[in-house]
Every structure is written in C-alpha cells, then in structure tokens.
Design a protein around this ligand. Structure first.
Ligand SMILES: [Zn+2]
Length: 504
C-alpha cells in the first residue's frame, strides 16, 4: 500500500485557533514527557506507557479529548523507538529525544471522518479536541473550512473512483501561525498490462536505460520490423557525481573562510565541520533538495508507461561494493555520493503507483560479458568501452542493461552470461525456466527481441557507439578507433554476423 500525505490549509476562526494553540502545547508536553521517560527507562511498549501515563494526564487535563491523550502517548512511543534505534546505530548525539514540534493526531472518532468520506467534494471538517465535559458525550465539535488545492482534488478524485482511500487518522499541524490538515491517502497499487520492458542501471553521472516497447497484436508482430525490435538505449543525465564535486568545492571554501575563527593556540584548527557556523552555512546549500529533484525525474521517466522494470539487485551498501576496485580517493568519494538506493526506492514507489513492476536481477558479471556473443569482454584504454573478442566494441553501460534483460529469459538462466558455470552457480537446476515474477508472455516477447537483436549485424556497432540516443549529441566516449582506423570496413563486421545480401 502506498501512502501520500497531502496538507491543506485550514481557515480557522480566531477562537478555534486559540484553542488549537492550547491543545497543541498540552499535546506536545505529553509527547515530550513520555518520550523522555520511555528512553530513560527503556520502555517502548505503547500498552505499558498507556498504563503508566493515561490516568495521570486524564486527571491533569480533564477537558482534553481523551483520544488525543492516547494518540500523544502513542506518538511518544514511536519517537522513543526510533530514537533508540538511531542511538544503537550511533546516529544520536543527544542523551534523549528532543521533540520540537508535533502534529496533533485525530482518530476517526475525534474528527468528522465519516461525514467527510461520504462527501463528493468536501470543503470543511469538524475536529473535537476537547471533551463536552459530560461523561459519554464525546468531544465538542469545531468546524473549520478547507482551502483545497489541485493536488488534494486529484487524490480526492481517486478516492471517488475507488483507486485510493482516505486514512481515518487526520493530522493537524501548525506552521508559523497557519494551521494545516494533513490527509493521508492510501493508494491501491495499479495493475496494468505492461506496455514496455525497461532496464536501468545507475552510474555516477547517468542512468543507462534500455527500453523495449511491447506490441500486443498479432498483426503487428507479423509486420515486425528490425527497427522496432532493437531496444532503445539511452542515458538520462543526473550528474550526481558532478554535483557532489561542486558542493565539495563549496564546502571546502566555507571551511577555509571559517578557519581563522577556529584557530587553536598550537597553530592547528578545531574540526570546523562540527561547528554551528559551518552547519548553518551548509544547510543553505540545499544539496539534498537538488538531488531529490533529480531522483524524482529519473523515477518519472522510467515509469512513463506501465512497464516491467528490471534493475540490478543492490546490496545493503551498493556504494561500498562499487568502490572495491576503484583506486582514486576522489572517485571513491563521488561514488559514495551517488544515491543508488534513493533512485531505486523512488522508482519502485512510482512504479507501484503507475502500475509497473520492479524486478531485480543479480548483478553478476553484468558489465563483463558481451550481450551479443556471451564472451568475456576485455578492457580498453577507455573505462567506458569494452572489447569483445569477436571483434567489436561495447559500451559498458549498455552491456550491463542488456545483460540484465537477458537474465530474465530462459536462455540466460541456463547459459551465456555465466561461463565457468561449475564454480559460481548451479544453473542447471533452472534449465528451461525464466524469472518467475515476470509473466511468461512478456518473457517470450523479450526473448524474441533479444534474439533478433543478437542476429542483427548492426547491433554490435550500435552498442559500441558512445551514446546513440543522446539528444545533446555529446562527444563520443566510445573507443573511437573502430570507426576511424580500419577504413571503410568497420571492425564490428569481422565477427560471425557478416552482412548477407539477403539481409533486411
Ligand atoms: Zn560480442
């Protein structure tokens, strides 16, 4: 289940606003007190904390809706739990959690949930932060109007069409002196027929993409044209590495500037990155914000149409495994800055929302095998270009995504990408099988594509060209020599797939 939070500003009459301020401060007080108690005494069970604190606060604040007390204690338990987790990982530098602000949680009985979801176009709601003072009479209702915006209506439309549900808990949050209602929409993942197969691979500055569009009708299959059977290979520029380098420079400039103020008597300097001044300045750089924007862009591009999306199985710490054979300190640092996991999460999330499915395949030898001949690729002077002993060059990134595609087909489950089978894996047990999480039809479609692709004499050339689909016409990063030195006859034709007169 996917969750999306949508904040809508509230039009709150002055008296209600005052009341909410009071409620907020009491609520925050409870959350703080209970969270600290929980951490200090190592008690994080909600039931236990309710038992310890509910009566106390009920007596202390008799007019507060008892539902809010229960929710505040729950919230405290969650805060304590995640604080203790962070502490265990060495990420918390304070002895106990500091709760600066809270959103007040209203369960379905503390706000007009039923009325709200029954409405075609809700424009107001009622909250009951305080009780009537009479036993069993629940809370006093206060009506507030919403200032709904486009995003809210888009989600509301999905509620009406049954694609989403509104969660029954409402959050009320204050930002400066404005009040907001935060609605949580639970979106049902779409199930759609995949219309394409997409493989992607995240690199330092680009995301390599291979896309195959699926034609469904038999008629179209009969008219298959080689042009349409070739996977589209292209790059999405992300420049995560470049971005990291630029910010690195800015950060060192800040350190240099601050240094004079933090000199120690012995002529050395304090660790400036720990100072408040440094943190304050770095915060304004918004590096994270820019990264997130690019991550979303990638996710959106990859999920344009409902698709089977194939990517590498990333370990817990993909950066670490990637830098194993990277020597230079600077490059190691940049790889660490590449948000592999963030991209993957964003893609998975968007995929669910748009009816796509993410399939992970092993990264085993993805960029070391020729996706046409299944031979071991050799290194060249250019890190990006590899050489197939059958006589052509291959772009490392394209080799990688094509091999991922292969890995979902029966062919590759038994042969090919994995020479030297005995030692690494027992692939025989998978003979004739394909990846079970992909519909058989899609797999056979993909297989046809790849088969045709490998039979085409043009494909190795296509692979060797730096970035064939790059719209900016960037400089060719490929080996170069295959097109310039051997005269009229490009080297890739030396392989087994010589052009025949009957070709095409
Ligand atoms: Zn080859």
């Amino acid at each position: 289940m996917l969750r999306r939070a949508v904040a809508v500003e509230l039009e709150v009459p002055r008296e209600v606003s005052k009341l909410l301020y009071d409620v907020e401060s009491v609520y925050l007080g409870i959350v703080r007190e209970v969270a600290v108690y929980a951490v200090v005494n190592n008690v994080t069970s909600t039931t236990q904390l309710q038992g310890l604190f509910y009566r106390k606060y009920r007596l202390e604040y008799p007019s507060l809706n008892s539902q809010l007390i229960i929710q505040a204690i729950r919230q405290a338990a969650q805060i304590a739990k995640s604080f203790m987790e962070r502490r265990r990982e060495g990420l918390a530098d304070k002895p106990y959690p500091e709760v600066r602000s809270v959103s007040i949680r209203f369960t379905e009985i503390a706000w007009s949930y039923n009325q709200f979801v029954g409405s075609i176009a809700p424009v107001r709601l009622a909250v009951s932060p305080i009780s009537t003072g009479r036993r069993g009479r629940g809370g006093r209702r206060f009506e507030v109007w919403l200032r709904p915006h486009k995003r809210f209506w888009l989600y509301w439309w999905r509620v009406l069409t049954g694609e989403a549900e509104l969660a029954s808990t409402l959050l009320i949050k204050r930002r400066l002196n404005k009040w907001y209602a935060i609605f949580i929409f639970e979106i049902k993942p779409k199930e759609e027929e995949p219309r394409s197969i997409v493989a992607f691979d995240i690199n330092e500055n680009t995301v390599a993409v291979g896309r195959i569009d699926i034609e469904t009708t038999v008629d179209k299959v009969a008219k298959w044209n080689k042009q349409y059977l070739t996977p589209q290979l292209y790059m999405i520029r992300t420049d995560f590495g470049k971005l990291a380098r630029r910010y690195e420079r800015v950060r060192s400039a800040i350190i240099e500037k601050l240094k004079p103020g933090f000199a120690l008597p012995n002529g050395k300097y304090m660790n400036i990155t720990n100072t408040r001044e440094y943190r304050k300045r770095v915060k304004h750089l918004r590096e994270g914000v820019r990264k997130v924007g690019r991550v979303r862009q990638v996710a959106s591009e990859l999920t344009r149409t409902p698709a089977i999306i194939i990517t590498e199985e990333l370990g817990d710490n993909p950066q670490e495994s990637m830098i194993e054979d990277v020597g230079k300190d600077e490059l190691r640092h940049r790889i660490k800055q590449t948000p592999f996991k963030a991209v993957e999460r964003a893609v998975e999330d968007k995929a669910l929302e748009r009816g796509s499915k993410l399939v992970r395949v092993s990264s085993y030898r993805n960029s070391r095998v020729c996706p046409i001949h299944f031979t071991r690729l050799e290194k060249t002077d250019d890190w990006h270009t590899l050489y197939c002993p059958k006589g052509h060059y291959v772009d490392r990134d394209y080799a990688s995504i094509l091999n991922m595609l292969w890995k979902t087909t029966p062919e590759a489950w038994t042969k090919g990408v994995w020479w030297n089978l005995r030692r690494e894996m027992n692939w025989r047990e998978y003979e004739g099988k394909s990846n079970p999480s992909i519909p058989y039809e899609t797999v056979s479609h993909l297989w046809t594509h790849l088969k045709t692709f490998t039979a085409s004499e043009e494909s190795p050339a296509m692979l060797a060209r730096g970035k064939p689909m790059n719209p900016t016409g960037e400089a060719d990063e490929g080996g170069g020599e295959e097109t310039s030195q051997k005269g009229r006859r490009p080297r890739f034709l030396n392989g087994p797939h010589k052009p025949t007169p009957t070709g095409n």
